[in-house]
Design a protein around this ligand. Structure first.
Ligand code: NAD
Length: 497
């Protein structure tokens, strides 16, 4: 039992000197260790170009863990001693032989039966080469299992994603490939299925008879920070919509799976992506809005526009904001718009889903002294985690009117301390061989096919950018998108933004 829940594993991190390893992977591995979810027989091998030593890596791991979590000082040194460093050049085949021999030694030392996770925390252009060399140099031929964890971006359009997929599929089977979408590791994203399928009161209403529209926002108040080089070639559509936003849409729109297995859940999610209405080039402007932030003010502080940020082309046409209307042409959702919106340098930092229910066929309170509000179910993903249900109740006076009331559950007040970070959960799932919260190739394929028409249209059209000021909720066209359907974005905070 012990080994089933805590498989003895070696984790190899490609790009161990990078930002992702420092901010997310080291703290997540430590938390798994601290919670007893990691076998004592584990090793982490970090590889990167720099001429580091085991000691340098270990002191970086300790530092990173201290920065992100509150470690147990007595345990930390023992934890860090499981980390090993190998200077590495991905283009040298000999590097892979040295790696294989180091992993072999560690497996012997820690009695690890050849279970290996290869985590790609490097620039995506190396993913394919690394996967091929892992196979050709025999690193995947062990008595245990080998799994490949791939970070985003998985390609920058459908042809490049296909090419990458073909490359890695030569070395790994689909069921050995774990494509990370860290939104799928978030507590409240995982909770979408539970809210929907474990409550008798929502599922009967979860369709076009009772829901008028669904709004998904993932807004940031930060700008591109130091990711300019990558972001300017990507933009919000590729960086956020192709993966995270469409994953949330599929979880909200899918039919109940017959069982809670990876295959059944994925198959329902894939059906949603297949039912998503394709937007042709001449329809892009009817369904999608792009924006780029100009200078403005965030929390009383002046901030520069996108084009003045580091490593950004001063004439950049890259979008830092996307709003879109998605239609899912199936029996359940015909006629219900799913509005999505994501951007940088917006007024609030928030990821929220608002499900707006239809009005009653005849509201007998309409004429009274009433403030009748459509029923809303709000799922707060981050930074707050929780659920709000907005109902109408009697006004607390003798007018006979109504007033909205909020039934609110906040996860933060219950168990934030123990809520695992997305990466922690996903790493653990990978160790256990549970791929449910990773992206299957079919999902990647369908979402790029949907996105590509829009990005190609935008590449060839020259709009006036920037078109929204930092510290706002995006360009006016984003509001127009909903207004023409008779809706508006529900505010994300108490200031009405
Ligand atoms: P980074 O630039 O900070 O680190 C890259 C790492 O790769 C470094 O350790 C570097 O030494 C190593 N490297 C580069 N070229 C190499 C070579 N030829 N041989 C050996 N090692 C080499 O990048 P990052 O921010 O850590 O991101 C890594 C991956 O994770 C990228 O694919 C990125 O898109 C993805 N990602 C990062 C984040 C994040 O929060 N940083 C979030 C989501 C996805």
């Amino acid at each position: 039992m012990e080994t089933i829940n805590k498989p003895k594993t070696t984790i190899v991190i490609f790009g161990v000197t990078g930002d992702l390893a420092k901010r997310k992977l080291f703290p997540s591995i430590y938390n798994l260790f601290k919670k007893g979810l990691l076998s004592e027989n584990f090793a982490v091998v970090g590889v990167a170009r720099r001429p580091w030593t085991n000691e340098i890596l270990r002191s970086n791991v300790c530092e990173a863990v201290k920065n992100e979590v509150d470690p147990d000082a007595g345990e930390l040194e023992g934890f860090c001693s499981h980390f090993h460093y190998l200077p590495f050049d991905v283009s040298r085949e000999e590097s892979f032989d040295e790696l294989n021999s180091l992993i072999g030694d560690l497996e012997e030392k820690h009695s690890i039966p050849g279970n290996r996770i290869f985590y790609m925390a490097m620039a995506p252009q190396f993913f394919g080469t690394i996967a091929s060399s892992l196979k050709s140099r025999g690193l995947t031929e062990t008595e245990g299992w080998s799994r490949l964890v791939i970070e985003k971006p998985f390609g920058h359009n459908l042809p490049s994603a296909k090419e990458l997929n073909e490359q890695i599929r030569e070395a790994f089977n689909e069921d050995q490939i774990y494509r990370i979408d860290h939104y799928l590791g978030k507590e409240m994203v995982q909770n979408i299925e539970v809210i929907r399928f474990a409550n008798a009161m929502f599922e009967p209403l979860w369709n076009n008879r009772y829901i008028s529209n669904i709004q998904i926002t993932s807004s940031e108040s930060l700008g591109v920070e130091d990711r300019g080089g990558y972001y300017d070639t990507s933009g919000a559509l590729r960086d956020m919509v192709q993966n995270h936003m469409l994953q949330m849409v599929s979880l909200l729109a899918m039919d109940p799976p017959i069982r809670l297995t990876t295959e059944e859940i994925r198959s329902e999610k894939i059906k949603v992506l297949r039912a998503m209405r394709k937007v042709s080039s001449d329809e892009v402007e009817d369904y999608f809005v792009r924006g780029q932030y100009g200078p403005g003010e965030i929390k009383g502080k002046e901030v520069p526009g996108y084009r003045s940020e580091n490593n950004i082309n001063p004439d950049s046409q890259t979008e830092t904001f996307v709003a879109g209307k998605l239609m899912i042409d199936n029996h359940r959702w015909a006629g219900v718009p799913f509005y999505i919106r994501t951007g940088k340098r917006m007024a609030v930092k928030s990821t929220k889903i608002v499900i707006q229910f239809k009005e009653l066929p005849m509201n007998i309170y309409e004429t009274k002294n009433s403030d009748t509000h459509p029923n809303l179910l709000v799922i707060h993903i981050q930074p707050d985690e929780g659920i709000t249900l907005l109902l109408n109740s009697k006004k607390n006076d003798s007018s006979g009117g109504t007033a909205p009331v909020h039934l609110h559950f906040s996860n933060n007040s219950v168990n934030t301390v123990n809520t695992p970070e997305a990466y922690e959960r996903l790493l653990h799932d990978c160790m256990l061989g549970d791929a449910t919260n990773f992206t299957h190739w079919d999902e990647v394929d369908l979402s790029w096919a949907f996105i590509d028409t829009i990005s190609e249209y935008w590449e060839n059209s020259k709009e006036e950018l920037p078109n929204y000021s930092s510290g706002t909720m995006g360009p006016e066209e984003s509001d127009e998108l909903l207004k023409k359907d008779g809706f508006h974005w529900w505010p994300l905070n108490e200031d009405g933004e």
